[in-house]
Every structure is written in structure tokens, then in C-alpha cells.
Design a protein around this ligand. Structure first.
Ligand SMILES: NC(=O)C1=CN([C@@H]2O[C@H](COP(=O)(O)OP(=O)(O)OC[C@H]3O[C@@H](n4cnc5c(N)ncnc54)[C@H](O)[C@@H]3O)[C@@H](O)[C@H]2O)C=CC1
Ligand SMILES: O=CC(=O)O
Length: 324
């Protein structure tokens, strides 16, 4: 007797094109109407699943694998970051983990650069002024920001998004330096004119520090009060990676007391909560985790995630496995 269709659970609604790919090979369940599932609900709906297409909000660990049961073959996250997934707990059970690198690189770098422009040119502050209907008039000293040409951009983690951020900065006349676990290829250094520095040197010499490393035990609170104190008082911090890479209380204090000049944040330590002190500060540009949030990019991410799940379920090599 032929096996029943695989049961595929999608934990949040995804674009139709991706659902269609999954439906070609299995019975697909997703929450309708779309909503965030509580951990208890998540464990209930994944019971008996052959594949789970998940998002960065889902905690995927041994308890998740136990709740899914022995049929689970693949967890396909619609994200490049997989700090929410205990990869060894899954792979040790023979479950394949996949993610969506590459397809969101440009969108995320665009957003990171947008935050940099927003904070250095005081765009949010200016908009708040206008919306408050406060009287204003153009004059030469009005709402001066900080230019980027000739300034140094320090990139922490020169991976796909870090390199895309560097290319945008080059077009704005910035000099590139980077830190990370190891030196990048010579060809990449040459293309970007990028200098490899220790993390400490990068902090003290950059006009802008932009974070593009993954969240791991090593990068948790990488930017803490000590790191902020090493930065120039005129420097800006951009974080589009994961909130817990930055100690948010220390950052709020550093922004309030002038330890650094400003910050642009797309991600937060306790998402979706934002540290209340940050909300009171004018020198921080805030976005609600919008890095990959374009129609084109989210469609490409979901489609790649669906292709990963389909590949595993049909016994072929998934395009983008996580090698944990
Ligand atoms: N805000 C958003 O919506 C988005 C956020 N992200 C975040 O961006 C991160 C990076 O994504 P990609 O560039 O595609 O990944 P990637 O794997 O291409 O690059 C990560 C880089 O960080 C480096 N790295 C690893 N550990 C490090 C450490 N301890 N210190 C310094 N560098 C370290 C790696 O060597 C690599 O060069 C993701 O892990 C995710 O957390 C990604 C997409 C969208
Ligand atoms: O934050 C988004 C991701 O893809 O990682």
C-alpha cells in the first residue's frame, strides 16, 4: 500500500506560491486566520508532522522534536538566522534543518543602510517634529546630522549581508573595515578595500559599527557597556542581526549619556518588546524587524523554504541545508 501523503505543518501563513509547492506533495496545515502559536499550540499542531516550515518565532528544540514525533524529517525555517533552533538536538535524531540564506541579503542590507541614513540624518526626529505640528523654519543650523562620506564603517561579521552593507557604504564614499572569527578571502578584501581588525580596534576606530554576525553564545551581548565605551562619542551603532547581540539596557544608557551618538535598530533583545528607554530617545532609529520585509524577498524566502522541505520529503538534497 502506498504511503499516505506527508503531513506538512506551516507555523505562520506564507505566500501562496510556496503553499502551492508544498501542496503538490502533501497535506498542508497552517493557522487560518494567521496568528502566532503559543508553545503549547505549536507542540499540538506539529504532532505527527513529516515536515515543519517554521519561522524565527518558533522555539525548535528537543521538546519540539518529541512533540512532533518519529515521522518528522525536516524543519525548514523561513529565515537565514537559526539561533531559535537547537540544530544538534534535531540532527542527532536524523531530522534535517534548512534555512534561507542569500535570497534576503540585499533587502536586509538595504534596511541596514536605511537605518544608518535615518539616524545620521535625523529622519525620524524630523518626521516626529512635523507630525507634532511644532512650528519650524529652515535655517543653516537646523537639525544638522552627520555625513557619511570619508567616514569608516566597521562591520562585525563580513558574511553575505555584511558584504552587501559594505558595497552600499562604498557607494557613499565610506572606508570599510571588519572584524570576525577569521579573515575574509583576499578577493573580498580587495573588492571592498576592507581592512581586517580586532573587535576592539574596530570599535575604537569606526564612525559606524554595523552588526552582521549571527546570534550565538559567543555573540550574546557582544555589544555591552564595555564595548560601547570603546566606541567614539561621535559613532553610530546599527543592529539588523538579532537583538540579544546588544545589551539593550547598556545601549539605552550609552545613547542617553552621549557615550555614542546614535543607533539604528531593526531587532530587539525581547522582541516584540522594545526597551522603554529607547522609545524615549531621539537619537535612535527604530524598525520592527523589517530586514527582509519586501514582497519579493518574502516570496523568495518562503519558496526556498518550501523547496527545501519538498526536497527532503522526496528524498533529494535540499538546496540550503544548515550544516550544524
Ligand atoms: N533583520 C532581519 O530581518 C534579518 C536579520 N538577519 C540576521 O543577519 C545574520 C547574518 O546573515 P548572513 O549575512 O546571511 O549570514 P552569513 O553566515 O553569511 O554571515 C555571518 C557572518 O558572521 C560571521 N561570524 C560568525 N560568528 C562570529 C563572531 N563570533 N564574531 C564575528 N563574526 C562572526 C561569520 O563568519 C560570517 O562571516 C543572520 O544570522 C540573522 O541573525 C538576517 C536576515 C534578515
Ligand atoms: O531575521 C531574519 C532572518 O532571516 O534571519
Amino acid at each position: 500500500m502506498a504511503d499516505a501523503s506527508p503531513r506538512i505543518v506551516v507555523t505562520r501563513e506564507i505566500p501562496q506560491a510556496a503553499l502551492d509547492l508544498l501542496r503538490e506533495i502533501g497535506d498542508v496545515w497552517w493557522p487560518q486566520p494567521d496568528k502566532a502559536l503559543s508553545p503549547g499550540e505549536l507542540h499540538q499542531v506539529i504532532a505527527g508532522a513529516d515536515a515543519v516550515v517554521s519561522t524565527l518565532q518558533d522555539r525548535v528544540d528537543a521538546a519540539f522534536a518529541d512533540a512532533a514525533g518519529p515521522r518528522l524529517k525536516v524543519v525548514s525555517t523561513v529565515a537565514v538566522g537559526y539561533d531559535n533552533i537547537d540544530v544538534p538536538a534535531l540532527t542527532s535524531r536524523g531530522i534535517v534543518v534548512t534555512n534561507t540564506p542569500g535570497v534576503l541579503t540585499d533587502a536586509t542590507a538595504d534596511l541596514a543602510f536605511g537605518l544608518l541614513l535615518a539616524v545620521t540624518r535625523r529622519l525620524g526626529e524630523g518626521e516626529r517634529l512635523l507630525r507634532s505640528r511644532t512650528p519650524w523654519s529652515f535655517h543653516l543650523g537646523f537639525m544638522l546630522g552627520s555625513g557619511l562620506q570619508g567616514k569608516t564603517l566597521g562591520i562585525v561579521g563580513l558574511g553575505q549581508i555584511g558584504r552587501a552593507m559594505a558595497r552600499r557604504a562604498l557607494a557613499f564614499g565610506m572606508d570599510i573595515r571588519y572584524s570576525g572569527r577569521r579573515r575574509a578571502d583576499e578577493a573580498i578584501e580587495r573588492e571592498l578595500g576592507a581592512t581586517y581588525l580586532s573587535f576592539e580596534e574596530l570599535l575604537s576606530s569606526s564612525d559606524v559599527v554595523s552588526l552582521h554576525c549571527p546570534l550565538t553564545p559567543l555573540t550574546h551581548h557582544l555589544i555591552d557597556a564595555d564595548a560601547l565605551a570603546r566606541m567614539k562619542p561621535s559613532a553610530y551603532l546599527i543592529n539588523t542581526t538579532r537583538g540579544p547581540v546588544v545589551d539593550e539596557s547598556a545601549l539605552a544608557k550609552a545613547l542617553a549619556d552621549g557615550t555614542i551618538a546614535g543607533a539604528g535598530l531593526d531587532v530587539f533583545e525581547n522582541e516584540p518588546e522594545v526597551h522603554p528607554d529607547l522609545l524615549e530617545l531621539d537619537n535612535v532609529a527604530l524598525a520592527p524587524h523589517l530586514g527582509s520585509a519586501t514582497v519579493e524577498t518574502r516570496t523568495a524566502m518562503a519558496t526556498l523554504a518550501a523547496r527545501n522541505a519538498v526536497a527532503v520529503l522526496t528524498g533529494t538534497q535540499p538546496p540550503t541545508p544548515v550544516r550544524g
